[in-house]
Design a protein around this ligand. Structure first.
Ligand code: C2E
Ligand code: MG
Ligand code: MG
Length: 641
């Protein structure tokens, strides 16, 4: 029952489900009580027939036997039929009408057995009152009709008795009818009132039950309901097949940080809605944490689970719209299967979580099926975090440089990208260790080290005759939160004697809404020194150009996903972004350009700077001199632009 209640549907539907269930329970209870009561009444009538009747009887027959005999014979019928029905068909409409008929016949029997001494309407009123417990007015009508028929027949047969109201006097007849009608009306009004109260309760119960099983913000199921649904089937039965999909929103924190929690919350509601549309109707989508959802896929084997996971991932290709602004979001999904990876929800959730992390580390926007070898990697992550703390001292960190070229093919600058040469694991990507360093606070010293070494390299290029080749360095939000960030940058530039106008710092939108006044102070000081500021990964978050005005940035870097999308969809989005950026005096860098086609397309629509494997991958510092030399020789970019 609770489960039924918790199922989706409007509040009204859920409340009426609950109401129907309560009425069913009530009717079954009354059926049983009435069957017992009829039995007791019968015993009472037998006692009356054998004890009171001889004393009060003044009819024509000379003994009590006919009454006792009738009572004994009628009893099993009047008590037995409703008793059997109450046992076999509790709460059914037919049962309560049979009970009503029997109860009235029992009244008739009592009146007969006492020779009409018990005022009929008293007993009839009592019977109607019992039946009113059903809260079903139709039962009262049945009872009243039985009473009327009995009175009419008995009155014709025995006009001098109490039944003879119809012939005794019209007033007597009207009085009886009036009393029965009055009581029926009274009981029906009372019954309706009681039904209204039950309905109010049912609505409250449905609300409570829903609240207990659902997430307040998104209305998706919560952990409790997820658990309830998971254990609905017998865990050890052969048919126990389920898949658990752990779904995490990529870079949701970034959106929350940049746009505020209000927008984040609204986005979560839209995400929950989309997720529940992307799974099948019998499956459950639950929100189990901030931006974490779990989908429980019923009866799924590997291929079904993978198909649904793929559907989920691709279902996020379409942007979300909040206040007219388009937000692109992707998800990383981890899959675990029952019974292969466990039969307990907690185990499966953990396994799916590990797989989800693997999906994230493979570049997000993807799904991964759990395998035990991933656990090994999970443990590696912990080890990696410990190792990272030592990496700087052990000189395992390096800076690679990726060229950025003008549309005419001339080299303009390099972007400095950190690399970690792990003694055992080899080169580790910054997408793995930068977030770790950000979380531990290590990013402050690591970032400064990257800045110093990148600026030193740039100074070296100037000395070697490549005057004007610039350097771009990524800066994390955590660094900008330091009180002395801009002073440190100034110190570094001074120490390595690099002209500040050759430095560009790349920030992401996550710097906004952290400590905006402080960020702006730092950025203003940097700008005052002629350092340039560009916004990286434009197109992954809120990507509002108005934020750029607040920041007074010098340019934006289009996220690779935008570049790829632009070519695939041939849409106008990129073109209008570039046009708007130019109108606001912003330079546009295209990033992640892998093919000559993408490069051509970006140049055609006015991109100012191009970066990507097509023009050169990030390379270690020792390769740069040869690279620059080849560039000097040809004066144009060695790769076709
Ligand atoms: P980012 O600043 O957006 O850097 C661009 C990323 O795109 C780099 O990844 C680069 O190798 C990659 N890339 C370049 N060309 C292409 C291409 O044609 N196709 C594709 N698919 N990718 C391309 P990388 O080096 O792995 O860096 C990842 C991110 O790590 C960077 O993104 C940046 O946000 C962060 N990062 C790297 N070094 C530092 C650092 O010193 N400090 C901070 N705070 N973050 C850093
Ligand atoms: Mg960058
Ligand atoms: Mg970028």
């Amino acid at each position: 029952m609770t489960f039924e209640l918790l199922r989706n549907g409007t509040l009204e539907e859920r409340a009426s489900l609950s109401m129907r269930a309560s009425l069913r329970e009530l009717a079954a209870r009354i059926d049983r009580s009435m069957a017992k009561l009829l039995g007791l009444e019968w015993l009472g009538v037998v006692a009356i027939a054998s004890w009171i009747s001889p004393r009060t009887w003044n009819g024509t027959a000379h003994s009590i036997h006919p009454h006792l005999m009738t009572t004994l014979l009628m009893g099993p019928l009047i008590v037995g039929v409703p008793g059997v029905l109450a046992a076999l068909r509790p709460s059914q409409v037919v049962t309560r009408h049979v009970v009503a008929v029997s109860q009235m016949l029992m009244s008739v029997l009592l009146i007969d057995a006492t020779g009409g001494r018990i005022e009929s309407h008293f007993h009839i009123f009592g019977s109607l009152a019992f039946l009113a417990f059903y809260r079903d007015w139709r039962v009262l009508i049945t009872a009243s009709i039985v009473t009327a028929i009995d009175h009419l027949i008995a009155g014709l047969w025995w006009p001098q008795s109490i039944y003879g109201v119809a012939v005794a006097s019209p007033w007597r007849w009207m009085e009886h009818t009036w009393w029965v009608a009055f009581e029926d009306l009274f009981l029906i009004v009372l019954g309706q009132q009681s039904l209204r109260e039950m309905w109010t309760l049912a609505v409250k119960q449905a609300q409570l039950a829903f609240g207990a099983g659902h997430d307040v913000l998104t209305g998706a199921a919560n952990r409790l309901l997820l658990k309830e649904r998971f254990y609905l089937d017998e865990a050890h039965s052969d048919s126990f097949r389920k898949a658990v999909l752990f779904i995490d929103l990529d870079r949701f924190k970034h959106i929350n940080d940049t746009l505020g929690h209000g927008v984040g919350d609204r986005l979560l509601v839209l995400v929950a809605r989309r997720l529940s549309r992307l799974v099948r109707s019998g499956d459950t989508v639950a929100r189990i944490g901030g931006d974490e959802f779990v989908a429980l896929i019923e009866g799924a084997d590997q291929s079904v689970a993978e198909t649904i996971a793929e559907h989920l991932v691709s279902g996020f290709n379409r942007p979300f719209e909040i206040d007219g602004t388009q937000l692109l979001l992707s998800v990383s999904v981890g899959i675990s299967l029952a019974p292969e990876h466990g039969t307990e929800l907690a185990t499966l959730q953990q396994a799916a979580d590990v797989a989800m992390y693997e999906a994230k580390s493979r570049g997000r926007n993807d799904y991964v099926l759990f395998s035990p070898s991933l656990l090994q990697r999970e443990e590696n992550t912990l080890r990696l975090k410990r190792d990272l703390a030592q990496a700087l001292n052990r000189e395992e960190l390096h800076v690679y440089f990726q060229p950025q070229v003008n549309p005419d093919g001339r080299l303009k600058s390099f972007e400095a990208l950190a690399r970690w040469q792990h003694p055992v694991l080899g080169i580790i990507s910054p997408t793995i260790f930068i977030p770790m360093a950000e979380a531990s606070g290590l990013i402050v010293s690591l970032g400064e080290w990257v800045l110093r070494s990148a600026c030193a390299s740039c100074r070296q290029w100037q000395r070697e005759g490549y005057a004007g080749v610039r350097i771009a360095v990524n800066v994390s939000a955590e660094q900008l939160e330091q009180d002395d960030f801009s002073e440190r940058v100034a110190t570094v530039l001074e120490e390595v004697a690099l002209d500040p106008s050759l430095l560009t710092i790349e920030i992401t939108e996550s710097v906004l809404l952290r400590d905006v006044p402080k960020t702006l102070r730092h950025l203003n000081r940097l700008r005052a020194m002629a350092v340039q500021v560009v916004l990286d990964d434009f197109g992954t978050g809120y990507s509002s150009l108005s934020y750029l005005q607040d920041l007074r940035a010098d340019g934006i870097k289009l996220d690779p996903s935008l570049v790829k999308r632009g070519l695939a969809d041939n849409d106008m989005m990129l073109e209008s972004i570039i046009e708007m950026a130019h109108r606001n005096g912003l330079q546009v860098t295209g990033e992640g350009i892998e093919t000559a086609d993408q490069g051509r397309m970006l140049r055609k629509i006015g991109c100012d700077l191009l970066q990507g494997y097509c023009y050169g991958a990030p390379m270690p510092p020792e390769l740069i001199p040869a690279f620059l030399a080849s560039f000097r020789k040809t004066q144009v970019w060695p790769v076709a632009v």
